[in-house]
Design a protein around this ligand. Structure first.
Ligand code: ASP
Length: 337
């Protein structure tokens, strides 16, 4: 719902939405034309959903939520429906959202029954005094908030199930062959698909959100960076909004999202330089991934150190831009129309 009462909509102030659908070793040869088009379609749909909110004078928090809900509901992405399986065959979802206007934040982790974890994260932010709720507690809270609770089978997709079987088989073979344990718990090019969004509304407020099923074949109720404020998600009107995707442990260890904001705010680095520095820091400890960054002037960066990152952006003109591979990357630090 977009509340427009008493709200001044400024038609010429910049609005911008930037989204990602995960970074990883996306292979040109393995990505069929149909699949590529399907990704492009869904990214466009998510951009338009968020754009409608922003163009009608709605908040960046609302735009981030609506864009992410589209991707959570799509089986293509590793978030909501389409999430990867844990080793034991569950889907455990994480999400976070942050409002740059007041640095309010909300997150849920390890949830198995909430259809749209980003809505639950938002409810934690706005309807509780907490920042993060986990597992059954988060589910009870979401139920109390009237959010949609689904049977865990809702999250099942055949391709993710097959991916888990392959990962388990690889693990078995690796153990048998005594191959280094860290070499592959999951095929590198199969773990992408985390989704995220950053938005600037016409009131000058930034917001960021991220939603994921985490890593395929994960165990022990592992939680990554996506729901951790300052690691995979961060927003502050004084600097930038950030959403990340990649090897979550390294994003946590480098406080990646917050470090980008700090570099912009305290060192006046450009958003591209700050993003690249955070990614270099992640690479230095063996990680990889990508980030989307947006500032209050509508300047944005979509940076990644993997072979690809599903991503897109839309501004005041309402024309979506979508990209997957690096050479299409031409809009760094681009000003909002
Ligand atoms: N960062 C996510 C996690 O570690 C995964 C990803 O973005 O691919 O849970």
């Amino acid at each position: 719902m977009i509340q427009q009462h008493n709200r001044l909509i400024m038609p010429h102030s910049p609005i911008r939405l930037v989204i990602h659908g995960g970074a990883g070793a996306i292979s040109r040869t393995r990505l069929t034309k149909e699949r590529e088009q399907a990704y492009q379609r869904e990214i466009r749909e998510a951009l338009v959903a968020g754009y409608k909110v922003l163009n009608a004078g709605g908040s960046s928090v609302e735009a981030v939520t609506e864009a992410i809900v589209v991707m959570e509901d799509s089986p293509l992405f590793n978030a909501g429906k389409g999430s990867v399986f844990t080793h034991e065959g569950h889907n455990e979802l994480d999400a976070a959202i942050m409002d740059g206007a007041n640095r309010m934040a909300g997150a849920v982790a390890g949830v198995r029954m909430i259809r749209n974890p980003i809505r639950a994260a938002r409810a934690v932010m706005t309807q509780s005094t907490h920042v993060m709720l986990i597992a059954e507690g988060a589910e009870a809270f979401a139920r109390d908030q009237g959010l949609e609770i689904v049977d865990p089978t809702y999250f099942y997709t055949q391709h993710r199930w097959e991916q888990l079987q392959r990962a388990i088989e690889r693990e078995r073979v690796q153990r048998y062959q005594a191959i280094e344990a860290d070499s592959l718990l999951v095929e590198k090019d199969e773990k992408y698909g985390t989704v995220g969004a950053v938005a600037l509304d016409c009131h000058g407020n930034l917001a960021a959100g991220t939603s994921t099923g985490g890593l395929a074949n994960k165990r022990y109720r592992r939680v990554g960076d996506s729901p951790i404020i300052g690691a995979g998600t961060y927003a502050d009107n004084r600097s930038v909004a950030v959403s990340g995707t990649g090897t979550g442990e390294m994003f946590i260890r480098t406080a990646a999202a917050h470090s980008i904001a700090a570099q912009v705010q305290l060192k006046q680095l450009s958003i591209t330089a700050a993003a690249d520095q955070a990614l270099a820091d992640i690479a230095a400890i063996g990680g990889d991934g990508g980030v989307i960054v947006l500032d209050k002037n509508g300047h944005y960066a979509m940076r990644f150190i993997t072979s690809g990152m599903y991503r897109g952006t839309i501004g005041r003109d309402g024309v979506p831009w979508v990209g997957i591979f690096p050479e299409a990357e031409i809009t760094l630090d681009a000003a909002t129309s």
